[in-house]
Design a binder for this molecule. Structure first.
Ligand code: PRP
Ligand code: URA
Length: 209
């Protein structure tokens, strides 16, 4: 089963509290999401393999470590996932970026696809799917299915706030995908919003309603 990693370093918890506060406006919300993404990026990349690399320091030769292996693709789910891209690229500057556009139908709460553009060699990359909200899990699960249909095999999901319902769906649909979240919240409400959550992440990022 895909492992659930709750990345709850004090800095992350503190910043997430400010994000949750309804008085926090889009500018601070955006900045905090980027900062938290960088901090969570440490954990999402923790298992990246290293190889030996010979260098010469000003003092002597040495065999040092370097990240080896596969290249990375960062894939935000539009819109809210866009707020996590720059944080990940600051850690992984040569990663390629794919985009998957999904919105939740307001009545059924099921995801509807409107865009998909991925790196051609997605099958050879470690893919970090990012979306701050894992609610019912429908959007993330469908995005991961789309990636698998294009050949991706090494996928992890980075979110910010997850509901137990979404975690369960992801683990059932994609048992090979690890989930990284800053918080596992209580539950969904009748409109499939996360409680206590932080409201509509896309609207809060971009100042829409
Ligand atoms: C939000 C959020 C996720 C999705 C989570 O996007 O950013 O993509 O809902 O819900 P789920 O787990 O129940 O699928 P939304 O559909 O509101 O689109 P937006 O980011 O464009 O506002
Ligand atoms: N999408 C959001 O942006 N927030 C939620 O709580 C659920 C879905």
């Amino acid at each position: 089963m895909g492992e659930l990693h709750i990345v709850n370093h004090p800095l992350i918890q503190h910043k997430l509290t400010i994000m949750r506060d309804k008085r926090t406006g889009p500018k601070d919300f955006r900045e905090l999401l980027e900062e938290i993404t960088v901090l969570m990026g440490y954990e999402v990349t923790r298992d990246f393999p290293l190889d030996d690399y010979e260098i010469e320091t000003p003092m002597q030769k040495m065999v040092a470590k370097r990240i080896a292996g596969k290249k990375v693709a960062v894939v935000p789910i539009l819109r809210a996932g866009l707020g996590m891209v720059d944080g990940l690229l600051s850690l992984l500057p040569v990663a390629k970026v794919g985009h998957i556009g999904l919105y939740r139908d307001p009545v059924t709460h099921k995801p509807v696809v409107y865009y998909c553009k991925l790196p051609l060699d997605i099958d050879k990359r470690t893919v970090i799917v990012c979306d701050p909200m894992l609610a019912t899990g429908g959007s993330s699960s469908d995005a991961i299915t789309m990636l698998k249909n294009k050949g991706a095999t090494d996928i992890r999901l980075l979110c910010l706030v997850a509901a137990p319902e979404g975690v369960k769906k992801l683990q059932e649909d994609h048992p090979d995908v690890d989930i990284y979240t800053a918080s596992l919240d209580e539950r969904l409400n009748e409109n499939c919003y996360i409680l206590p959550g932080l409201g509509d992440a896309g609207d809060r990022l971009f100042g829409t309603k």
